[in-house]
Design a protein. Structure first.
Length: 495
């Protein structure tokens, strides 16, 4: 399918190239530009790598510095660390991940506690917490060597004042074998050992750009972005269907674990694209329905970069201020520049995808291929699992709407590792058999992944919720099977 180059495509574009520079000159805050990492000039890429290397160098000498790589990585999921009065640790020849982990587990009798951060997942502040984290991280990068006068441990120097965290559009074909080429260059500071290097020979992409475009059409914030923190949360569709499976199994290595993910530099470009998606959703649907904006975003960051209007509240743990501070990216000092392949597929393009060979729309329960199977699997390597633990329950097909939706929720007490659920809706007389491609293709209606490790459980409040909104699937079946008994079958697999 050829990408349509019309103004409709640009509904999702955040700013046109020319207009971007005009507007930036009039903004009260200096704007840096976040670009696709494959679009960076030689100078821009050098500046980004120099800034990352300087953060690494700082942490090699003192892992407890807030403006070092270790602390900034700990912000993602190290709730508390013991900070010595005077540091004596040095990385030397140790692997950075091993050194950072060792430093985080030390206890110092003469020290005090620091509270790097508690990343938020499985709830409605997933997007905004990571945006706040990146606001500080980007400021730290820009201030490593603004004038380009410091030589890093690799012998490089260049100005970092205009560094923006480059994004990785992981729904596009990679410029490298599996990742953007610079992340596969073993001579780069952005290279990180231990990633999953297994490549599907047919498709090098894993999560579908068509699925992303479909998710972006969802105007209900809770469904898309997550359920309110005050009601014990619940994953939104983007996090459970796009974000989580990219961490594991696709990227793997340290990215497999929430408590270690940010040790891998690819984490930052991965999440910069997620923030781009968040901004695109706001541009399309507005921010008026986003919930929990009065929530204080937990993390201990350099105070010099606190935003105007910052209020720490009355709690006893450091935070980055209320979520409401982080909705307007122009106030945060950055914009996005996206070109061509970074556009999202249009509604018309999705309609074209979801047709059979004769040009007829795919219909759940009638066509040999479910439209949801096509959305999740078209031109990517992701597939529903063919083995696992099956559970089924009988339901009655009915009409569903916003006031009376149909959503499947899965919870697991005391979760300690990642897992995936694949969902199927099929007639009672059809025996569920996920080992058969015919069954998977015809009755598949959705999937969701929980991204967890034992250190992350406290962020999920003991129990968490994987929510899969099946309202559209229920209504599709209701057209031809109203009142009939159906089964919903769930295939559970550990990651």
């Amino acid at each position: 399918m050829t990408r349509t180059k019309t103004m409709n495509v640009h509904v999702y574009r955040l700013l046109l190239v020319g207009l971007l520079w005009v507007l930036s000159a009039s903004l009260s805050h200096a704007q840096v530009i976040r670009k696709n990492i494959d679009s960076l000039s030689t100078e821009e890429l050098a500046a980004y790598q120099h800034a990352i290397q300087l953060l690494r160098d700082r942490s090699a000498d003192n892992p407890y510095l807030m403006d070092g790589y270790a602390w900034q990585a700990w912000v993602h999921n190290k709730n508390r660390v013991s900070v010595p009065k005077e540091n004596t640790l040095s990385q030397g020849d140790q692997d950075p991940t091993a050194f950072y982990e060792m430093a985080a587990t030390q206890t110092y009798a003469d020290g005090s506690y620091g509270y790097p951060g508690m990343c938020e997942h499985g709830k409605d502040i997933f997007f905004v917490w990571h945006r706040a984290q990146f606001y500080y991280f980007e400021k730290v990068l820009q201030n490593t060597d603004p004038e380009g006068t410091i030589v890093d441990s690799r012998g490089n120097k260049c100005p970092t004042a205009k560094v923006g965290v480059p994004f990785w559009n992981f729904t596009n074909e990679p410029s490298g074998t599996k990742f953007p080429a610079i992340f596969e260059d073993s001579s780069s500071v952005l290279y990180h050992a231990g990633r999953n290097l297994q490549v599907n020979p047919d498709y090098r992409r894993f999560t579908s750009p068509y699925l992303l475009a479909k998710l972006m059409q969802e105007s209900n914030w809770s469904t898309f972005g997550g359920y309110p923190n005050a009601t014990h949360g619940g994953y939104g569709t983007f996090e459970s269907q796009m974000h989580n499976p990219m961490h594991t199994p696709y990227i793997g290595g340290d990215m497999t674990y929430p408590s270690r993910a940010a040790y891998d530099p690819i984490f930052y470009s991965f999440h910069a694209y997620i923030d781009y998606i968040f901004e695109a959703w706001i541009q399309k649907h507005g921010s008026g329905d986003i919930t929990s904006l009065d929530y204080f975003l937990r993390a201990e960051q350099p105070k010099d970069f606190n935003l105007p209007g910052y209020d720490p509240g009355l709690g006893d743990r450091p935070n980055m201020g209320r979520a409401e501070l982080y909705l307007d990216i122009s106030e945060l000092g950055y914009q996005y520049l996206a070109r061509g392949k970074d556009d999202f597929y249009t509604e018309q393009e999705l309609e074209g995808l979801l047709k059979d060979k004769k040009g007829r729309p795919l219909v759940l329960g009638k066509s040999k291929e479910s439209p949801y199977y096509r959305l999740f699997t078209s031109r990517v390597s992701w597939r529903p699992e063919t083995k696992g633990q099956l559970t089924s329950e009988t339901i009655t097909i009915r009409a569903a709407d916003v006031a009376n939706p149909y959503s499947y929720s899965y919870t697991e007490k005391d979760p300690s590792s990642s897992y995936q659920i694949d969902l199927y809706m099929h007639p009672v007389k059809v025996k569920p058999n996920v080992s058969l491609e015919k069954f998977r293709k015809r009755y598949f209606v959705g999937a969701a992944t929980a991204w967890l490790d034992s250190s992350h459980a406290h962020h999920m409040m003991g129990e968490h919720k994987l929510n899969v909104n099946l309202t559209e699937a229920m209504n599709a079946l209701n057209q031809n099977h109203a009142g009939e008994a159906y089964q919903i079958t769930v295939n559970y697999t550990k990651r």
